[in-house]
Design a protein around this ligand. Structure first.
Ligand code: ADP
Length: 196
């Protein structure tokens, strides 16, 4: 059985960058965000279900899901958020298991930004947290997304706290240094995971 490493971390912590380094090393990386995007493409059952519950107003002119509208809708309303999660999460986790089945490798990385928030820790064998202090999250995420730090702050506040995330971790990568430093730490973890 392939060892499943669940990679998580707050917005702007460096999850995507860490996954790219694992990919460079030839490690299979499954990305829950990419799966979630695929699952709501036009014609997919999950999108039909979203339209049934939230109405046509969440669909753009080209037939795709309007992410901003749906995000604003669920950000402001917990019940709506729950409804959306009830559609998306089971479908995402089903697809992740299907992909894991097809992997032939010692270990794989499953990147799940909301691994802890969605209570899915048991779907992985180890939890790897990419960690930076809030200041660094604000700096990097606002630069990347060209958004206001206030918006990033609100997202950070909606996510699990740094302390809770760190206490759930089996492995922690401190990404407060530069990219080379991150690469070195991922290479070390690769050695470790390859030999468990
Ligand atoms: P996440 O996927 O966790 O939201 P990203 O991997 O997209 O985070 O990283 C956020 C931003 O910070 C990106 O623009 C990325 O290029 C940059 N970044 C990530 N790690 C580092 C690092 N160690 N040094 C400098 N910039 C970094």
């Amino acid at each position: 059985m392939v060892l499943r490493i669940g990679l998580t971390g707050g917005i702007g912590s460096g999850k995507t960058t860490a996954c790219e380094i694992f990919t460079e090393l030839g490690v299979p990386v499954i990305d829950a965000d990419i799966i979630a995007h695929e699952l709501v493409k036009p014609g997919m059952p999950a999108l039909e279900e979203i339209i049934r519950i939230f109405g046509e107003e969440v669909i753009s002119n080209d037939g795709t899901l309007d992410r901003k509208i749906i995000r604003d809708k669920v950000f402001a309303n917990n019940l709506d958020r729950k409804k959306l999660e009830n559609i998306l999460h089971p479908a995402v986790y089903k697809e992740i298991s299907a992909q894991v089945e097809n992997i032939n490798s010692r270990y794989c990385i499953i990147s799940i930004p909301l691994l802890l928030e969605t209570g899915a820790s048991k779907t992985v064998d180890r939890i790897l947290v990419i960690d930076v202090p809030r200041e660094q999250q604000l700096e990097r995420a606002s630069n990347r997304d060209k958004t206001d730090k206030n918006d990033i702050n609100a997202i950070i506040d909606s996510q699990i706290s740094r302390n809770e995330r760190l206490s759930a971790a089996d492995d922690i990568v401190d990404n407060n240094g530069d990219i080379n430093d991150l690469r070195k730490k991922i290479y070390e973890l690769h050695e470790f995971y390859s030999n468990i």
